[in-house]
Ligand binder design. Structure first.
Ligand SMILES: NC(=O)c1ccc[n+]([C@@H]2O[C@H](COP(=O)([O-])OP(=O)(O)OC[C@H]3O[C@@H](n4cnc5c(N)ncnc54)[C@H](OP(=O)(O)O)[C@@H]3O)[C@@H](O)[C@H]2O)c1
Length: 287
């Protein structure tokens, strides 16, 4: 193998499960970029950041648990990333490190493919990093977020910060909104039997989005589909946040459809392997 001209990568811990290397390397090949995207299991964040400059790594994706911790180590943080309080993308320009957040763009792009955001109300479950990106994005697109969180204090603090309403998660049956967005990890593998809200509370939402993409069809989305809601899985957000990273790093348009196709296939193969190993078929309606 020839040495690639440009190195990109992802910083996380754990990181072995990440589908970003598959997605980005496939995009780079299609774009005929002489570049390689590598997963880095980070034990020492400060050292890893120094490594970006030392090794002339051109761009880095940042994932759990470093999205907030990385901020003070960067030379510049773009306005939306600062407002969200999280960076998922670093660009290295001659040793100057700039932080961006493309999660919010991924979320509104994916949601916006299914529903008009402007003027609509969306109940957002969660108050962590992904919820912050969701609230920021919904507001930016002219929508109205309502924050619902298990821990009321954390939810209220987020609501105050973005000047929007808060309702406890236990009040879900009383919330007035057209859409529902789950930003918690509830229902993610290996806990795919779990769901953040009861089936009986779903039918009044026109659209239900779950930003989890492993599995693609969470219990929440299965039950929402059965209740007649339009459902949006987390794959679109993942693909669009990654596509925006490539735009930031290269200034070029990435092959979004191909990226979606390879990641979807990988997730479906994983699911099939999992079901085969348990000797089970698919359950629930595909929407
Ligand atoms: N599709 C994508 O591209 C994409 C991008 C980013 C993140 N994600 C996914 O988003 C999820 C959340 O990530 P994050 O960074 O926001 O995590 P985080 O900062 O740890 O926040 C997690 C939130 O979920 C809530 N929560 C956790 N367990 C809960 C439970 N059992 N019941 C009710 N609420 C619960 C927490 O509530 P408390 O405040 O009460 O603890 C907290 O508000 C992860 O599954 C991640 O994979 C997907």
């Amino acid at each position: 193998m020839n040495t690639p001209a440009e190195i990109y990568g992802i910083f996380g811990n754990p990181v072995a499960h990440s589908l970003s290397p598959l997605m980005h390397n496939c995009a780079f090949r299609e774009m005929k970029l002489d570049a390689l995207y590598v997963p880095f299991l980070v034990e020492d964040l400060e050292g890893a950041i120094r490594g970006i400059r030392a090794l002339n790594i051109r761009g880095v994706s940042v994932t759990i648990p470093f999205k907030t911790a990385v901020l003070p180590h960067l030379d510049e943080v773009e306005e939306s990333a600062r407002a969200i309080g999280a960076v998922n993308t670093i660009m290295n320009t001659d040793g100057k490190l700039r932080g961006f957040n493309t999660d919010w763009i991924g979320l509104v792009h994916s949601l916006g493919e299914s529903v008009e955001i402007r003027g609509r109300t969306f109940a957002i479950i969660g108050a962590g990093g992904a919820a912050r990106a969701a609230v920021f994005g919904i507001l930016k697109k002219g929508g109205l977020p309502i924050i619902m969180n298990r821990t009321a204090e954390k939810g209220k603090a987020l609501a105050r910060e973005f000047d929007c309403p808060f309702q406890p998660l236990t009040d879900i049956s009383a919330v007035e909104s057209e859409g529902l967005i789950n930003t918690t990890p509830v229902g993610m593998k290996p806990d795919e039997g779990k769901t953040p809200i009861r089936r009986g509370d779903l039918s009044r939402f026109r659209v239900v989005m779950d930003i989890i993409y492993n599995p693609l069809r969470t219990r929440l989305l299965r039950e929402a589909g059965e209740a007649g809601c339009h459902v949006v899985d987390g794959l679109g957000m993942f693909i669009h946040q990654g596509a925006e990273q490539i735009r930031v790093w290269t200034g070029r348009e990435p092959p979004v459809a191909l990226m979606r196709q390879v990641v979807r296939k990988k997730l479906e193969d994983k699911m099939k392997g999992f079901k085969d190993s348990r000797g089970q078929g698919s359950k629930g309606k595909t929407v």
